[in-house]
Design a protein around this ligand. Structure first.
Ligand code: ZN
Length: 138
């Protein structure tokens, strides 16, 4: 067993939460991490107020990419789309809870990139390449 991965990461990888497809998603995005071959698709159902009412993701790839997307999917229900679009890389890395090397950063943040793309309705930049964002002002 590879002790690089904590047990809960493997648990999310083997039993991904919110995995599958929605019947009528409002917003959909899909992307891949060319460095590792990871692929993630997020489907969101959004109500008239712009609030996420349901979420599914699908994909394949390494444990980090799939587990981080699974963890992220648990945080989305009830959020406003505009807040989803502002989710930070740090929040995702907090979820993953282990040190992510620069080489694996795109694995850990692919799910975030995809879900931001779905929320924005356009392809989002990689979270670690977005230096124009100031983050929270608190
Ligand atoms: Zn990967």
């Amino acid at each position: 067993m590879d002790d690089l991965y904590k047990e809960y990461i493997l648990d999310h990888y083997r039993n991904p939460r919110n995995f599958g497809h929605l019947d009528a998603p409002t917003a959909v995005a899909e992307d891949l991490n060319p460095l590792c071959g990871d692929r993630i698709r997020f489907e969101l159902a959004v109500d008239g107020d712009g609030r996420v009412t349901d979420v599914r993701f699908s994909g394949r790839g390494c444990a980090i990419s799939q587990a981080s997307a699974s963890m992220l999917s648990e945080d989305l229900k009830g959020k406003m789309l505009e807040d989803v679009a502002r989710l930070s890389k740090e929040a995702v890395l907090d979820n993953v809870g282990i040190g992510i090397s620069p080489a694996r950063m795109k694995c850990a943040t692919l799910g975030l990139k995809v879900v931001k793309s779905a929320a924005l309705g356009e392809i989002a930049t990689w979270p670690d390449e977005d230096s124009s964002e100031n983050g929270r002002s608190t």
